[in-house]
Design a protein around this ligand. Structure first.
Ligand code: KG4
Ligand code: ZN
Length: 320
């Protein structure tokens, strides 16, 4: 079995996955409550909390899989991109475990991890496919031809889609993280009530900073009425983001001749997006937001580094 460890942001996660891609356990301890009162993730607080949680979370993953460390053959761990201090906690824990048990270590790119959430049993998505990766930190269109990697076709030139959801939620007083809250409130609103333009760029790139500003101005214009129109604002705002995601994704898939479209990352949990791209393959709901099962899954396709080579691995903050 492969032990996956993920600590790139504010989720401390560990999971056990078999070589065949069966998920034996998937434990995620979210620190969201800890960061909510600051309106976003505070890196230093995240690192400290990972330090407290990483060992109990690994234990819990072993317990739930009815396994011990004797059953672990490989350790897979997120190396980046993410908060460097947070990543270092998981990476150090993984190195210590691999060293003490004489196991190889596979460093995993967090974004490849999101894609690999599609490769788990019982119904894995097989390459080739066009993948939309939309999370709190990234919005990418990927051309996926094999399990080991991908080619980047387009990316957001400013805010990520999840970030746009989070910033919009903050403007509407819905708390942090706000994607799920907007999704829920939008169900009660009229998506055609307001028009929020999303910049359309050349090629496969996205831009989401303008739509957030449009919402800000609309909330200001409405004044006292904004609170009463909150559901309409949420629904219209969500509609604008989802439309932009869908248009770009479908156009890229058509141009690249890729018949299958897949969607991963936190925003893949969005109900309007799931409904609108009904032919697409979506990561299972519990595997959309950050988790370690996807990291263990990606670990099946990465190179296994022996001791002492893995000791030299460092974390990285930005997309490689
Ligand atoms: O993949 P993820 O857990 O973290 C990163 O790697 O960034 O994604 C988290 C993002 C947050 O921005 C959150 O607001 C968004 O995913 N999100 C959603 C929904 N659930 C989570 N956005 C829209 N609709 C949702 N239902
Ligand atoms: Zn993520």
């Amino acid at each position: 079995m492969i032990l996956g460890i993920e600590t790139s942001c504010d989720e401390t996660a560990a999971a056990l996955v078999t070589a065949a891609g069966e998920m034996r356990s998937n434990v995620v301890s979210s620190q969201a409550d800890l960061h909510a009162r600051f309106g976003g993730v505070v890196p230093e607080i995240a690192s400290r909390r990972h330090l407290e949680l990483v060992t109990p979370v690994v234990r819990e993953a072993l317990d739930r899989a009815d396994a011990t460390l004797d059953d672990v053959e490989v350790v897979a761990v997120t190396r980046g991109p993410g908060l460097v201090g947070a990543l270092l906690v998981g990476l150090s824990a993984a190195k210590a475990l691999a060293w003490s048990r004489g196991l190889p270590l596979v460093p995993v790119d967090h974004l490849h991890g999101h894609v690999a959430s599609l490769y788990l049993a019982p119904d894995p998505v097989e390459p080739p496919f066009l993948c939309l990766l939309a999370s709190g930190g990234h919005t990418l269109l990927l051309d996926v031809r094999d399990h080991a990697g991908y080619r980047v076709l387009g990316t957001s030139i400013d805010d990520a889609a999840g970030e746009a959801f989070d910033k919009g939620a903050r403007l509407l007083g819905l708390g942090y993280p706000g994607g799920a809250a907007i999704d829920a409130l939008a169900q009660e609103g009229d998506a055609e009530a307001f028009s929020f333009p999303v910049a359309s760029l050349e090629g496969d790139d996205f831009s989401f900073s303008g739509v957030k500003t449009a919402l800000l101005y609309k909330v200001r214009d409405l004044g006292d009425e904004a609170d009463r129109r909150k559901a309409d604002l949420a629904a219209s705002y969500q509609r604008a983001i989802v439309r932009a995601l869908i248009e770009r994704t479908q156009a890229a898939a058509e141009r690249e001749g890729l018949e299958t479209i897949a969607v991963v990352g936190g925003v893949a949990a969005n109900s309007e997006l799931r409904g609108a791209l009904s032919d697409a393959r979506f990561a299972p709901l519990p595997l959309c937001t950050d988790n370690a099962a996807m990291i263990a899954s990606a670990g099946r396709y990465g190179s296994r580094l022996p001791y002492p080579r893995f000791l030299a691995l460092d974390a990285y903050a930005s997309r490689a």
